[in-house]
Design a protein around this ligand. Structure first.
Ligand code: MN
Length: 326
């Protein structure tokens, strides 16, 4: 059997796969990319000898390729929490998908699947996806003290931070390299102690980039929603996703959007629903734009033409207005 591991390049994708491969070690071919690069199944073709594990990328966005790979004879295990669309029944497709709960991530789905054997890695995944309340509660119930949980939270944020960027050249580490450096450790605490170079590179990069983002001005600010626009710079492409999580945590009643300018007057947009106020789902807003998608709490638009920025900001403010919600 030939193993192919296909995973999102963020903390959730990486830490979900670490758990799977600590449990069931295989010398697998790795397929991954920057966090926004989610149509990963389109890159592979398969034979009946192939077993493909897919982690943390939307089934709906990979539906055609999943069906093609099944047609080619492969077997597939699919773990995810993004939009699934119509489920597919196939004897060689095993799905562990929950796209309904906003308090689940792929790392936690794998944790459940393997009976919590590598719980600390599952917590890193959850912190990486900004599921802080869930991760803290599960962590405390699993016997970790506050300080250890904060350590795991930082690692989750840094690994997640590394996944952003438009191209691989924006990143400090290619996600497959980062995965290979992390994977040998049963515990993330051992990694932090033993591989100080990666940890401190990511920590320093994160702090520098966040400091630059804090200097950017708000292009729209209402009581219920705020929009930040960042320049077309490497640091901005790296930090936009973790910066919006930091804003969401700081202003839990407010919705946020971070627009990052790109080449050819095309922007990327990250959207977060308010953490502590009921609102319409973020992905519903994102899907009003051609390249939009995501989840209830966190969504994005991959390529927003510059001349639609005003239209986006108006739609965003209206979508998250507590007046509209009633
Ligand atoms: Mn995820």
């Amino acid at each position: 059997m030939n193993y192919i591991d296909v995973f999102n390049g963020d903390a959730d994708g990486i830490c979900a796969l670490i758990q799977l491969r600590r449990t069931n070690p295989q010398d697998a071919q790795l397929v991954t990319g920057v966090k926004r690069d989610i149509e990963l199944l389109s890159r592979i073709s398969a034979t009946p000898d192939d077993h493909i594990s897919v982690l943390d990328i939307s089934f709906d966005k990979n539906r055609r390729d999943a069906l093609r790979l099944l047609e080619q004879g492969a077997s597939i295990d699919y773990f995810d929490h993004h939009y699934q669309g119509t489920p597919v029944n196939h004897s060689r497709l095993n799905t562990v998908i929950d796209d309904q709960s906003s308090s689940i991530c792929t790392g936690l789905l794998v944790d459940r699947y393997i009976g919590g054997r590598f719980r600390a890695w599952a917590l890193v995944a959850a912190f990486g996806d900004n599921l802080n309340t869930v991760a803290m509660a599960l962590g405390e119930a699993s016997g970790f003290d506050r300080q250890s949980l904060q350590t795991l939270q930082h690692l989750g944020i840094y690994i997640n931070y590394n996944g952003y960027g438009k191209n691989l050249s924006d990143l400090f580490y290619h996600p497959d390299v980062l995965y290979q450096r992390l994977q040998p450790y049963d515990s993330p605490f051992d990694f932090i102690q033993q591989n100080t170079e990666i940890y401190s590179t990511l920590e320093t990069g994160y702090r520098d980039d966040i400091a630059k983002a804090e200097g950017a001005s708000l292009v729209s600010e209402l009581p219920d929603s705020a929009v930040v626009q960042l320049d077309n710079e490497k640091w901005a492409r790296r930090v936009n996703g973790v910066y919006i999580n930091a804003l969401a945590n700081r202003y839990p009643d407010r919705a946020h959007a971070v627009i990052t300018e790109g080449d050819g007057n095309v922007c990327t947009v990250s959207i977060r629903a308010p953490l502590k106020r009921k609102s319409l789902p973020a992905d519903e807003l994102a899907r009003q734009f051609v390249t939009g998608g995501g989840r209830k709490g966190a969504a994005g638009i991959n390529a927003l033409p510059g001349d639609q920025i005003t239209q986006f900001i108006d739609a965003f403010n209206a979508h998250f207005s507590s007046v509209a919600e009633g």
